[in-house]
Every structure is written in C-alpha cells, then in structure tokens.
Design a protein around this ligand. Structure first.
Ligand code: GRF
Length: 206
C-alpha cells in the first residue's frame, strides 16, 4: 500500500510530533511526514523536524487574516500532495475552506475526554486546571477528525487516566501527555491502514 503523505501542524514543543516521528521510525505507521508547519517561529517542534530531515516551515501569521493564512497553508499542503493533516498542539483555529478541502483528513489531539473541557477556550494547561478545579475523578485524551466546531469533530480514540486527590494541573498534564503520545500514533496508524470510516458523527474502526 502506498505510504500516506502526512503534514503536521504545530505551535509549540512538538512532543506529539515526536511521538509520531518515533512510531514511523519504528515502522508502525504506513505513512511519511512530508511537512511540518508552525505558526510560531520559535516552536521547538520545528527543530525536532529539522533533526529528522523533515521539511519544516514557519508560516508567519502577522499581516494575514485567518482566510489568507489558510490559503498559504493549502498552497504548501498541495505542493506536497498531502493526504492527512495532523494538528499536534496547533493553536490556531482552521477556517472552513481548509476543513472543506480536507474533510475527514484533518486529525486533532485534545488533552481531555471530549466533550468535557473542550472547545474554543480550552487548550494547553487550562484544560487540566479546569479538570482539577472541577474535581473530576477521571480525565484523559481524545483524537478526533476536525470539523468547523473547535474540538467538535467525530471522535476516533479516547483513553482515560485516573485523577488522584493530590494531582495538580501539572501532574495531570504529565499523565495525559503519556496517553496522547500513545493514541495519536495509534489513530494515524488506523487511518493509514484505511480502517477509519466516518458515519455521521461516529467513527467506525474496521
Ligand atoms: C498537547 O497537550 C495537546 O493535547 C494540545 O497541546 C499540547 C501540545 O503539546 N493540543 P506538544 O506541542 O505536542 O508537546
């Protein structure tokens, strides 16, 4: 089977990107990362890509509205004939044109059990601060296809972690990050094997 051409969009440290790189290097995924794009010039994830000789570019968001920014993204993605886009800590909202162009071909990783602690204002450590504040007994991570609703697309995989009484937002983040690094490569593997079928709001794993 032909290798799936993958692009990863990042904004930060890129530990999820690294987990995907490592899984591909272990030949677990029938895919190849052709491109890493960041909206932040100092994103450490760009260095991780460089380290692996993966094409990586900073697309500067200054002086570009969201529509024109996404037009630049689409131009770069089409240049590499990308089949699957991964949002790995990508902190910019995608506009409807790119979501339409890549329907059910954009995957996101979110550090909670969606629909809890998800949506526009929930990202990074804030997700875990709200979970700790609420006093939840379990949390976890979710991979999902991206649609126009932030964190709202069809769910692919969810995995939980127990939240202990003395957990802090930071200690919970560490626990959940471990799960993220497991279920994101797993989700990509299934996509690359053609095993994900989206039926309405639900994803069937064949
Ligand atoms: C992860 O917690 C991810 O769930 C969230 O942003 C964080 C990115 O971390 N979307 P990294 O850049 O992959 O280390």
């Amino acid at each position: 089977m032909e290798k799936v051409k993958i692009a990863v969009l990042i904004s930060g440290s890129g530990t999820n990107l690294q987990a995907v790189i490592d899984s591909i290097n272990k030949k677990e995924i029938n895919g190849e990362i052709k491109l890493v794009i960041s909206n932040r010039q100092n994103a450490f994830g760009l260095k991780r890509a460089e380290e692996e000789n993966i094409k990586n570019i900073f697309v500067d968001p200054r002086n570009l509205n969201d529509e024109n920014y996404d037009k630049k993204l689409i131009f770069e993605l089409e240049k590499e004939s990308i089949d699957l886009i991964i949002l790995a800590g990508y902190l910019k909202i995608l506009t409807k044109n790119i979501i339409k162009e890549y329907k059910n071909k954009i995957m996101n990783i979110h550090p909670s059990l969606i629909p809890c602690f998800s949506g526009k204002k929930y990202y990074g450590i804030k997700v875990h601060e709200e979970a700790i504040k609420y006093g939840v007994k379990i949390s976890g991570a979710t991979t999902h296809f991206v649609d126009e609703e932030p964190d709202g697309g069809p769910i692919i995989i969810q995995e939980m972690v127990k939240v202990d009484y003395d957990d802090t937002a930071e200690s919970l983040q560490k626990k959940v990050l471990k799960i993220e690094h497991k279920i994101l490569p797993e989700s990509i593997k299934l996509f690359c094997e053609g095993k994900l079928e989206v039926i309405g709001r639900k994803v069937k794993i064949k």
